[in-house]
Design a protein around this ligand. Sequence first.
Ligand SMILES: *Cc1c(COP(=O)(O)O)cnc(C)c1O
Length: 355
Amino acid sequence: MKHNFGAGPCILPKEVFEEASKAVIDFNGTGLSILEISHRSKEFEEVVNETESLVRELLNVPTGYSILFLQGGASQQFAMVPMNLLPENGKASYLDTGVWATKAAKEAKKIGQVDIVASSSDKNYNYIPKDFVIPTDSAYFHYTSNNTIYGTEVFDKPKTAVPTVVDMSSDILSRTLNISEFDLIYAGAQKNMGPAGVTLVIIKDELFGKSGRTIPTIFDYEAHAKAGSMYNTPPVFSIYVSMLNLRWLKAKGGIDVIEQENIIKARTLYDEIDRNPFFKGTAALEDRSRMNVTFVMDTPELEAEFLALAKERNLIGIKGHRSVGGFRASIYNALTISSINALVDTMREFEEGKK
Ligand SMILES: *Cc1c(COP(=O)(O)O)cnc(C)c1O
């Protein structure tokens, strides 16, 4: 058995893979593959409706918000957000916590004026800036709730009265949220919701048409909302597999239950990193992510040796991102505690081998 710690696309529950593989041959007894059914068919309409209600139910989404399933990944949202929310003479505030946040701000700068309210680039993004001022005349404030590459996470929403937009690609569905604190949430599915190809957007309806700009229809949130995510052919299979994964999450007991598991998984791994003299964590203690655990060793030669041992022990995808180095264990919802234990055991085995 392989333990997949990959950052994304990443692990999904085995049951989800099994059910999805059946639907590729025969979807719900229709005699057709999920890959060939019409996106306008009654059967697929039911899939989209169920996926939407599962998101609403699991995340407790209040009325007044639309749920969209779009394409183009989180990266397309970097551009869609300012197109839809940033007026010609307005400005937007961005918190710079790493590569994804920087990319989001860079795209917004192509559309209008951007203020970077704070940045943790001085320490290679190993912490979340805390004290900063968000100008009250900003059209919106944007931040990245979980920094997939650096292993930092924003647990408390920064306080501001301006509309708040969050890239939750790598921690959506991992912990409880008060959705009404947010105005727009987006997440590429491939980290914690489903396979690559679909992007979840939860948007307050009040934001439709806010920028006053004339934008291409395909980038207009309101057009997608009006069409029930069927403005054009949606990513049928990715939505279907996301639905299966949301069903799995609901059957497990929902976000409260998965959050408790995620806390235990992260603590187990961080405890070993802190105990084992060969490893050390890279993120500031109070900002440690529960989804992506980044750690290093003092000597690069030993890192190669540990990676080789990890490979032998069937631990996949733990090489760190090139901008941090060392290791990164992505421990999303579907990764089990037994995979965490396999990694911890391998770290101990490595330590023992050096005695
Ligand atoms: C992976 C990731 C992205 C990029 O997502 P794409 O779907 O590949 O565009 C953006 N933001 C965060 C936080 C990510 O983890």
